[in-house]
Design a protein around this ligand. Structure first.
Ligand code: THG
Length: 367
């Protein structure tokens, strides 16, 4: 359709050549990089993730590294979730909020050592924010971006593939826990994680010059399980209720509204960014909540632009932040960010592409 002009602002992924070779057909932009989103067979890519094993270039999940004696203090200042019991080798999913309690990112925080943390970030600039906060609070910590690029191996067969490459120790990893190792001399971190609910691992490549080599090691090792290319899968993630920062959230969304309240600890230290606002929001009760919406229309609906308005009895009550035809449910489903007065079972209408689409509110996740 059109090309993309390279520039210094667009960082290449170490797996770019590999995904081209795999036949990538579209990309999206994320953290000033290109992320593959399709390889020409949407339904096949979906079922490969559900039934088999899928290999993803997710180098766009860039790392913000905190290193120094105050790294742990800085992590706790940035994240309104209690990190005091986080162990070396453990990851935690953390909301990051601004002074108004608005969600500004939702990274996984990896603790590599007492003085070394990575925030594996979603699509917003956290480096500037973290570095300024560290300096203004006089902390002894360096904020930087290390040479680290994640690749995901996802699906029910992922564990067999990763164990075949790395050894059986990976089978013992608990969710979000990780280990440091080498694969054919290539330094990596192997974590049980990934943006799907089908199980799997992320391999954080620590040498950007070895992307093609690492891709091919997993591609070859995965042949007995019919591994193939894929990407964070929109259909699967909506079915599974995974939130996309910047997709399902905007400049007004707080964590309580998008089912992230369980990752907020209101008793973190008072100098945590946003905690005063979060305590106030929690006390007043959030105004909106997230529910699922299942449309009556049985044929795939073209969602057009997202954040489609939702009406109940003719009054606007919220927004449909995504909408997709579910291959497993055979229905159009999406997330409704909606007024607290709405409840599971309510009948509503979403205006999509100029048409009113009736449906019912339901619990999340769908599956
Ligand atoms: N992996 C890594 N970095 C990432 C992502 C990832 N950075 C960007 C983005 N994804 C960050 N956002 C998420 C969102 C959800 C999850 C992980 C990262 C996730 N959530 C589970 C859930 O909601 O059910 C489990 C959370 C829990 O219970 O602790 O996995 O995918 N490296």
């Amino acid at each position: 359709m059109f090309g993309i002009t390279p520039s210094a602002r667009l960082r290449p992924s170490p797996f770019y050549d590999s995904t081209l070779k795999e036949g990538v057909t579209s990309f999206t932009t994320y953290n000033h990089m290109l992320m593959p989103t399709a390889f020409g067979d949407p339904e096949g890519e979906y079922w490969r993730l559900i039934n088999g094993v899928s290999q993803w270039d997710v180098a766009v999940e860039r790392q913000v590294q905190l290193r120094g004696p105050d790294a742990g203090r800085l992590a706790q200042i940035l994240a309104p979730r209690d990190l005091s019991k986080q162990k070396v080798g453990q990851g935690k999913y953390v909301p990051l909020c601004n002074h108004r309690g608005v969600l500004i990112n939702d990274p996984i925080c990896l603790k590599l050592a007492d003085d070394l943390y990575w925030l594996s970030i979603a699509d917003s600039n956290i480096w500037f924010w973290a570095e300024s906060i560290a300096a203004e609070r006089g902390l002894n910590v360096e904020v930087s971006e290390p040479d680290v690029s994640p690749m995901a191996i996802q699906g029910p067969k992922a564990e067999d593939v990763v164990a075949h490459v790395c050894g059986d120790w990976v089978r013992g990893l608990k969710y979000f826990w990780f280990g440091e190792t080498e694969i054919g001399g290539i330094p990596v971190v192997v974590q049980r994680s990934g943006w799907s609910k089908q199980g799997g691992f992320e391999i954080y490549l620590r040498d950007g010059s070895k992307g093609t080599q690492l891709w091919n090691i997993f591609k070859e090792a995965g042949q007995p399980w019919s591994i193939g290319p894929g990407s964070p899968n929109w259909c699967e993630r909506v079915e599974s209720g995974l939130i996309s920062y910047g997709g399902d959230t905007n400049s007004t969304t707080n964590p309580f509204e998008v089912r992230m309240g369980k990752y907020v600890d209101l008793d973190v230290p008072d100098d945590t960014v946003g905690i005063q606002a979060l305590r106030r929001i929690a006390a007043e009760g959030p105004k909106r909540c997230s529910l699922g919406l299942i449309l009556d229309a049985g044929e795939p609906v073209k969602p057009g632009f997202l954040w489609n308005p939702i009406f109940r009895n003719g009054r606007k009550v919220g927004d449909l932040t995504n909408c997709i035809f579910s291959y497993r449910l055979k229905k159009n489903i999406g997330f409704a960010l909606i007024d607290r007065s709405c409840a599971i079972g309510d009948r509503v209408e979403a205006r999509i592409d100029g048409l009113m689409q009736p449906g019912a509110l339901t619990d999340l996740p769908f599956l």
